[in-house]
Design a protein around this ligand. Structure first.
Ligand code: ATP
Length: 270
C-alpha cells in the first residue's frame, strides 16, 4: 500500500465552494461491530466523472451505499450542494437528485423492462413526468424500447445494465453513482457501457463511478481515488493515476513500459 502523504498528487479536485456537488468528510461506516470505512474524504465536482478504484472488499460499495443513504454512517459528514444530508433517509436523497445504480443491477427479474424503468420514478413529484422520462430513456437506449415488454430477468447482461442505468436516470439525478457497471460483461458490451458513461458525462452529468475495469475507469475519469481497506490511499487526476507506478503495478498489471498481456485498450474519451 502506498504512503498516502507521498503519493497524493498535486492536481486536487476543484474545491471552490459550489463547484463540488458532493463533499464527503471523514466518513466512517461499520457493519455492527466491524468498521469498514475509516474516515474517508472525497469531493465530486459538478459535471465531471470522479472514480473510486480499489481491491475487492476495500469499501467502495459501502461508500456509495452510505452516500445513497441505504447504510447508516458512524461518523463524518455528507454535504450535497453544500447542505448536510448525512442523516436524511434514502428517498429524501433521491428527491435531492442522488441516484445509485447498484452493483449487480438489482432489477426485478419478474417485471418487464418498462416496469423496472418506471420504478425509477416512484416519487410523486417524478411520476407526473414518467411518460416523457420513459421516452427519453428509449431514445438513449433504443434496445430497451424494442424489449420494453420483455421480463428483465430474461435480458442479456448488457441489456440488464442498460435497464439499471435507465432506471437510475428516471429519477432525474444530478449525481449519478454507478457501482461496477461493467461487471461480468463481454468486452464489446464493456465498450458500450463506458461509451455511454462518457456520453452522459459530456452532456453534463456528474458521475461517481466505482469501476472494476480500472483501465477504462481511469481513462474516462477526470479525478480518482484509490481506496484500500477502508481508507483513501492515493488520489489524482485520472491521467495521473493511470500513469502512477503503484496503480499500474497493483491494478493494471504492470508498468507502462511492460504492458500487460491484455494490452491497454482505448476507452471512449470524455
Ligand atoms: P468489491 O469490489 O468486492 O465489491 P468493495 O470495495 O465494494 O468490494 P464493500 O462491498 O464495500 O467493498 O465491502 C467492504 C467490507 O465490508 C468487506 O470487508 C465486506 O466483507 C464488508 N461488508 C460488506 N457488506 C457487509 C455486510 N452487509 N455485513 C458485514 N460486512 C459487510
Amino acid at each position: 500500500m502506498p504512503d498516502s502523504s507521498d503519493a497524493r498528487t498535486s492536481a486536487a479536485p476543484a474545491s471552490t465552494p459550489g463547484e463540488n456537488l458532493l463533499v464527503v468528510e471523514n466518513l466512517q461506516v461499520a457493519y455492527g461491530a466491524t468498521q469498514v470505512l475509516w474516515g474517508i474524504s472525497l469531493s465530486v465536482p459538478r459535471g465531471k466523472v470522479t472514480c473510486i478504484i480499489g481491491a475487492n472488499g476495500a469499501g467502495k460499495t459501502t461508500t456509495l451505499n452510505a452516500i445513497a443513504g441505504v447504510l447508516p454512517v458512524k461518523g463524518g459528514k455528507l454535504l450535497l450542494e453544500g447542505n448536510d444530508v448525512t442523516s436524511l433517509p434514502p428517498w429524501e436523497r433521491v428527491k435531492r437528485h442522488v441516484s445509485l445504480v447498484p452493483e449487480g443491477r438489482q432489477l426485478w427479474p419478474g417485471m418487464s423492462v418498462e416496469e423496472n424503468l418506471l420504478m425509477g420514478c416512484f416519487l410523486p413529484s417524478l411520476r407526473a413526468r414518467a411518460q416523457s422520462s420513459l421516452a427519453r430513456m428509449y431514445e438513449l437506449f433504443p434496445r430497451l424500447k424494442e424489449r420494453r415488454r420483455q421480463l428483465a430477468g430474461t435480458l442479456s447482461g448488457g441489456e440488464q445494465q442498460m435497464c439499471a442505468i435507465g432506471r437510475g436516470l428516471m429519477s432525474e439525478p444530478h449525481l449519478l453513482m454507478l457501482d461496477e457497471p461493467s461487471l461480468g460483461l463481454a468486452p464489446k458490451l464493456v465498450d458500450e457501457i463506458f461509451s455511454f458513461i462518457a456520453k452522459i458525462s459530456r452532456e453534463g452529468m456528474t458521475i461517481l463511478l466505482v469501476g472494476q475495469n480500472v483501465n477504462y475507469t481511469l481513462q474516462i475519469s477526470h479525478y480518482g481515488y484509490v481506496m484500500e481497506t477502508g481508507r483513501i490511499t492515493l488520489e489524482g487526476s485520472g491521467e495521473q493515476l493511470f500513469h502512477n507506478d503503484y496503480v499500474r503495478q497493483a491494478y493494471l498489471g504492470g508498468a507502462l513500459d511492460h504492458p500487460p498481456a491484455d494490452p491497454t485498450r482505448q476507452a471512449p474519451s470524455v
